[in-house]
Design a protein around this ligand. Structure first.
Ligand code: AMP
Ligand code: MG
Length: 428
């Protein structure tokens, strides 16, 4: 079952679909992709584990010292100032010999505790005594009475043999790779990378580099969506085929969709999903498969399309049409497409974490739609608001470090506790 984006916030305007419902419907179509990849643990950052990982060994493999100092038997040191003969030296990567009564072992961090020893005294709590006879074994004076077990890292303290250390559906991050390596795994089986075709619609769009700013024709704008959408897809571990800009014509849109469907799991487009005469995506997708055009009760956002394109070979590619306005495209991607793509890879935890923080500003005009305001955490532990929240103002998403999820119809007073989603989560 899918988790709602939040328990609150239904759109107040009839005819609009609640974001939570849109997400549930979308995720109902997101079956994990067939097949898995076997990747080097080095290359598994961000991938989703396809199987539980069970440890074949204990970590650490044996009791070892967590300090540079002396391993000893507590029974030999009932009072501070006791002296012991230093009979061996054990560095990390080496093993010692059994320790007898009256003896200490010089020991270093990570070295195995010798049989017979039951504590380590850190070197700062000792005094090395060198006698007149250079042939004699050195002695160490222990300045503090040790407690049994002190400065010993126990075998299996991190991982016990037979335990599941990483779970199917878990998205790996750098520490997970280290943990997998600590139990000897050089390769991991993970969900297959989704193959995603991306294209932008809009005759007004021009690519940076193709036309210089001073030579831009009237009515033209640079294609900004293509840049962040491609980067977002890459961050989610997708293999991206960037098909560029498709002209606002039905035949070109159909051709682009048709050629993309066979080789891809998902086609993502931006623009052309409103219901204007120049919005050709809807009829094009419908002629090749099916499309649901949703008006979602969210701001920015609203127009959003999910459907599929039938392949020439049996099967179909998912289709997601994002709104053209840059911030709408960005926000609908992180709130809807991101969980969809994570689910295709088999991820179980697909929702971003929510933090409750005080707003350090007022929003006096309530909106009929659930709003995702671009905000930034400040040094006082609260949130500041970017002054221009227009769906075309991409500066807001660069200035901000997250989204404030404000239910439909709610005004915000300075000091109110609000729900915050960080870009650190949403863009990962
Ligand atoms: P549309 O959804 O196609 O009606 O586009 C809505 C608005 O977003 C229009 O102002 C478009 O010019 C703008 N827009 C559409 N696609 C892009 C894009 N790839 N980059 C920047 N702006 C875009
Ligand atoms: Mg357009």
């Amino acid at each position: 079952m899918t988790q709602p984006v939040s328990a609150s916030a239904q759109p107040s305007r009839p005819g609009l679909m609640a974001l939570d419902d849109a997400l549930s419907q979308l995720l109902a179509h997101a079956q994990p992709l067939d097949g898995e990849d076997c990747v080097a643990t080095f290359d598994a950052d961000g991938r989703v584990l396809a199987h539980d990982i069970v440890s074949a060994l204990q970590v650490p493999p044996q009791d070892n010292s967590s300090m540079d100092g002396y391993a000893l038997r507590c029974a030999d040191v009932s009072t501070a100032g006791a002296r012991l003969r230093v009979t061996q030296r054990i560095a990390a990567g080496h093993t010692g010999v059994p320790l007898h009564s009256g003896e200490a072992a010089r020991i270093f961090t990570g070295a195995p505790i010798p049989v017979g020893a039951d504590a380590v005294v850190m070197q700062e709590d000792t005094l090395v005594l060198t006698g007149a006879d250079p042939q004699a074994l050195p002695e160490v004076q222990v300045q503090a009475v040790p407690q049994p077990g002190q400065w010993i890292r126990r075998s299996g303290e991190d991982v016990t043999r037979g335990a599941i250390v990483l779970h199917r559906g878990e998205r790996l991050h750098p520490a997970s790779l280290g943990l997998a390596a600590s139990i000897g795994l050089a390769h991991l089986r993970v969900g297959r990378k989704p193959r995603v075709a991306l294209f932008s619609t809009g005759d007004e769009l021009v690519m940076p580099g193709d036309v210089a700013p001073e030579a831009m024709p009237a009515g033209a704008i640079y294609n900004s969506n293509r840049f962040f959408l491609r980067a977002l897809l890459h961050r989610l571990g997708c293999e991206v085929s960037d098909l560029g800009i498709v002209p606002d014509r039905r035949d070109t849109t159909i051709a682009a969709l048709k050629s993309a469907a066979d080789q891809h799991d998902l086609i993502v487009t931006s623009g052309g999903v409103s219901v204007g005469e120049e919005d050709h995506v809807k009829p094009a997708v419908q002629s090749l498969g099916a499309l649901n055009l949703w008006q979602i009760g969210m701001k920015p956002g609203k127009p959003f399309a999910y459907g599929w394109v039938e392949r020439d070979v049996p099967g179909r590619a998912h289709f997601i049409g994002l709104p053209g306005n840059p911030v709408s495209s960005f926000v609908t991607f992180v709130l809807l497409v991101r969980p969809f793509i994570l689910r295709l890879q088999g991820a179980l935890q697909i929702q971003p974490a929510r933090i409750t923080l005080p707003a350090h500003f007022d929003v006096t005009k309530a909106d009929r739609r659930r709003e995702f305001l671009r905000v930034r955490r400040n040094d006082q532990g609260g949130l500041d608001l970017f002054p221009n929240q227009s769906s075309g103002v991409l500066t807001s998403a660069v200035w901000g470090d997250g989204l404030l999820d404000n239910p439909a119809g709610r005004v915000i007073h300075k000091g109110d506790l609000v729900s915050y989603l960080s870009f650190a989560d949403l863009l990962s």
